[in-house]
Write a protein that binds this ligand. Structure first.
Ligand code: FES
Length: 241
C-alpha cells in the first residue's frame, strides 16, 4: 500500500464530502497502482455521499481517477447496484432468474408490488420503498430469494413477502439483517452451515459496511461492535425528501 496525498485539484473536487469519505478515498486510492482502477469503490463512496450516483459525483470520481466523466458514467451505468436516482429507505429486490422463477418469484414480486404500492423499477412517492427485480443471487437452492437493502432472505412465499413489507413499513428498522429476516419471513436455505452474518445493512441504501455503515452509533441486532472506518447516516439524509 502506498501513501496517497491528494493534489489540490483532487482535494477541491471532493471538498463537500464528509471527512470520513475523504479519508476513505485516500485509502482506496492507495490500494491501487493505477488510480483509474479505483473507480468502482470511489463511485460507491460518491453514492454514499449523495444517496445516488449524481452527475457531479461522476465528475468528482473522474477528477480522482483521471478518467473522463463519460468513462466514469460507462462504469456507473453498467452495474445495476450503482443507483442513478434516489432510492427508498428499503430497496426490495426480488430475484426472477430461472430457479426463483420456477418456484414462484413472479408471484412474490407481484405481492411485493401490491403490498408496497410500488411497481417494479420504481420508488414510492413517500421514499419508503423501492422495488426492483434482480438477477440470480447465487442462492438458487433457497429460491425464491428476496433482498432488503441487499440483505438476503431465502424461500420467501408471496404471503411472507407481504408480511415482510408490513413489518418494514410499521417497524421502520434502522438495521435490516439477514439472520433476523430469514427467521421471520424465510424458509429453507441454500446452506445451513454458512457463516452467520453478524452485521446488517443500515438505512438507507447504500449505507452498509465496509465502505458505508454497519455498526457505529446505530445498534445492530446481533453485534453492536464497530467496524473500522464505518459511517452512519441519519434517515432522510443525503438529498432525500
Ligand atoms: S435464480 Fe434466484 S438466486 Fe439463483
Amino acid at each position: 500500500m502506498k501513501d496517497v496525498v491528494l493534489s489540490a485539484e483532487e482535494s477541491a473536487a471532493i471538498a463537500d464530502w464528509s471527512e470520513a469519505s475523504r479519508q476513505r478515498a485516500e485509502k482506496v486510492l492507495s490500494q491501487y497502482p493505477e488510480k483509474r482502477s479505483a473507480v468502482m469503490p470511489l463511485l460507491y463512496l460518491s453514492m454514499i455521499e449523495n444517496g445516488y450516483v449524481t452527475n457531479e459525483g461522476m465528475r468528482q470520481v473522474g477528477v480522482l481517477t483521471g478518467l473522463s466523466s463519460a468513462q466514469v458514467q460507462a462504469v456507473a451505468s453498467f452495474y445495476t447496484m450503482y443507483k442513478r436516482e434516489p432510492v427508498g429507505d428499503y430497496l426490495l429486490g426480488v430475484c426472477t432468474s430461472i430457479s426463483c422463477f420456477l418456484l414462484g418469484a413472479d408471484d412474490v414480486l407481484a405481492a411485493v408490488e401490491d403490498e408496497t404500492g410500488v411497481p417494479d423499477g420504481e420508488t414510492g412517492g413517500d421514499g419508503v420503498f423501492s422495488v426492483e427485480h434482480v438477477e440470480c443471487n447465487g442462492a438458487c437452492g433457497g429460491a425464491p430469494v428476496v433482498l432488503v437493502n441487499w440483505e438476503m432472505i431465502e424461500s420467501v412465499t408471496p404471503e411472507k413477502a407481504r408480511e415482510l413489507v408490513r413489518w418494514l413499513r410499521h417497524g421502520r428498522p434502522e438495521v435490516v439483517n439477514t439472520e433476523e429476516m430469514q427467521q421471520l419471513f424465510g424458509g429453507a436455505r441454500s446452506f445451513d452451515w454458512g457463516i452467520k452474518e453478524a452485521e446488517g445493512a443500515v438505512l438507507p441504501v447504500p449505507a452498509f459496511g465496509p465502505y458505508g455503515s454497519s455498526a457505529g452509533d446505530v445498534p445492530s441486532p446481533n453485534s453492536p461492535g464497530e467496524l473500522e472506518g464505518t459511517q452512519t447516516f441519519p434517515r432522510g439524509s443525503r438529498g432525500r425528501p
